[in-house]
Design a protein around this ligand. Structure first.
Ligand code: G3P
Ligand code: MG
Length: 255
């Protein structure tokens, strides 16, 4: 059982894969940009190399975002680190797939929060929970991290291994009983695809269940405004600078 949601005052703006509209996703430059614009948190995806090292990359395969091919899990850290991870974006040639420790080192001197998504629903990566928790503890960041996964088993394992950590369940298909499911896994938050968010009364119900609600991904101001009015605790966006401006405007309008 992880800790329960205890309420927040401002809607948190989470940079999805870093400031990924402005820089290649899940790279140090995308995270640095998110920090620079003032995002409250950064979200990123972790997988394991063939030699068991945690690396930050979204897809289970390399082709879309790197110069490599095949599966992340089949490459050593040395092989993964040699790839270009610019995804072909102009001006970013030579950026690399970061190791988890490098991202934690970048964020450590700031106050920015961290959402580590364990990308382990397609590839199981046994032992990843322990590896990630150890890396965060080694960086001294245990109190600043929210762990999340689409995998129910992984959410349960994280909540059991780290009873004081915030753990959230991600989902992209409707869940029959999201609150009961999250609770039974020991989660203290739900991260739904934004299209699955019913609205303000649902968010209130989640809060009554002591669950934080952070939908993904809102990139247009109108979508952001809808989430803010629904009372979510935070949301993920590829454009954190836009979201921060929308949040400021919403606060002014509210007076
Ligand atoms: O963690 C929220 C969101 O990142 C889940 O979807 O596919 O972007 O990792 P995805
Ligand atoms: Mg993710």
């Amino acid at each position: 059982m992880s800790i329960a949601w205890s309420g927040g005052f401002v809607v948190e703006i989470w940079a999805h894969r870093g400031a990924s509209a402005d820089a290649p996703e899940n790279t140090l430059v995308a995270f640095a940009k998110a920090i620079e614009v003032g995002a409250d948190g950064i979200e990123f995806d972790v997988q394991l190399s063939s030699d068991g090292q945690p690396v930050v990359i979204h897809d289970e395969t390399l082709a879309r975002t790197t110069t490599g091919s095949g599966w992340v899990k089949d490459h050593s850290l040395a092989e993964l680190s040699a790839l270009d991870a610019s995804g072909g974006r102009e001006g970013f040639a030579g950026v690399r797939i970061p190791q988890l420790a490098e991202v934690l080192e970048l964020v450590a001197p700031t106050k920015v929060k961290i959402n580590i998504e364990l990308k382990n629903s397609e590839v199981a990566y046994p032992g990843m929970e322990e590896i990630v928790l150890a890396a965060v503890a080694a960086a001294g960041l245990s109190e600043r991290v929210i762990y999340s996964s689409f995998s129910h088993d992984s959410v349960r394992r994280l909540a059991t291994l780290a009873p004081l950590a915030e753990v959230a369940l991600i989902y992209s298909r409707p869940l029959a009983r999201p609150f009961r499911t999250a609770d039974s896994l020991g989660a203290c938050g739900v991260h739904p695809d934004r299209r699955l968010l019913p609205g303000a009364s649902w968010v209130e119900r989640a809060h009554r269940h002591r669950l934080a609600v952070r939908p993904w991904v809102a990139n247009s101001p109108s979508r952001m405004r809808r989430l803010i009015s629904a009372g979510v605790d935070g949301f993920f966006t590829d454009v954190p600078a836009v979201a921060l401006a929308v949040r400021d405007d919403a606060a002014k309008t509210k007076g």
